[in-house]
Design a protein around this ligand. Sequence first.
Ligand SMILES: Cc1ncc(COP(=O)(O)O)c(C=O)c1O
Length: 376
Amino acid sequence: MNRAPKFYRPVWAEIDHRNLKSNFLKIKAELSSKTRILAVVKANAYGHGLIPVSRTLSRLGAKFLGVTSIEESLALQSAGIRTPSLILANIFPFSNLAVAVRKGIRVSAASVESALQCEKYAKRLKKKVYVHAKIDTGMGRVGVNARNATAFIEKIRSLRSVVLEGIYTHFSSAYEDPAATQDQIRIFTGLLDDLSSRGFDIPYIHDANSGGIFLYPKAQFSLVRPGISLYGVWPAPLKRSLGLRPVLSWKSRIIYLKGVPAGTPISYAGTFITQRPSVIATAAFGYADGFRRSFSNKAQVLAGGKRVPVVGRVTMDMTMLDVTDAPGVRVGDEVVILGSQGNASLPAEDLARWAETSPYEIFCGIHPRVPRVDIP
Ligand SMILES: Cc1ncc(COP(=O)(O)O)c(C=O)c1O
């Protein structure tokens, strides 16, 4: 665990590693004993902090860590985390393979050309490169179209320095469209059958993100790739109670408090005018921390153990709250932007709804200037 960061400005995110562990075990309980977990930690572990989160997941037995860049893989290695990482994105430019191959980083081969480039760099460095072949079964992002995948895999088999460690695809609509997802599973399974009839025995076969794991048990092969569920969020109308626990809480403090008469404009352009004698609190977070300006006059936060409205425009570093109905609130009190306080809670899903986005974007949008405080 990293040492608690020292910070002065009162805005921070707490990362609860007990809940992370509980979520990992919940996911594991969904899997057959032969299925391993590639924990998706890209984008700074969805804003939760790459290194401490990966350290916990590695200790819990994650087989791989899923990243998006060489930078993330190198950071994991520098931190002494030995669980191998797989770059889930397409490698670009190919010259990056020189570093990936030298450092033993697993890469995705998303085209014949990328497989050939893997061979070129591995040969040059007199090393083997471990690749996972990426197949497009309906996502339309990167990967060899399933129609051409058999020839692609045959090509990889002919390369001396490339080790085909895995084959995978990614669902476009696991949370939204069962028919589209079943189609992707059917296409992928058809390909796997074809490959096995040709004598291929690929160690790691994977398609399931969190949605795949919990909604499509048939989509579990030798590896699954959970992301958002590790962080305790389920981004879909619930199929059943999953018992996931939120890992991240985002907090701040009240740094100023004033009583004002009715008719007082609050913040830039006076978009909020008090309708009654009010108590207005100013808290130490703003849009530069990732609390969006579009939350102005829309979002709520927790103060004094209850939901209170954000009033007026969110500014760069400060946000005003109407705490008239939360008597007893004082300067220095904690404000919960995301998380819980007493019996009240404010999940990432609510912030996502107010911002018309997904919990993923809310987490990734919490600015790096907000210190992450790990709770072991
Ligand atoms: C290739 C890939 N696999 C798995 C995941 C994890 O998805 P989720 O967070 O929905 O579990 C992602 C997330 O974006 C991804 O891009």
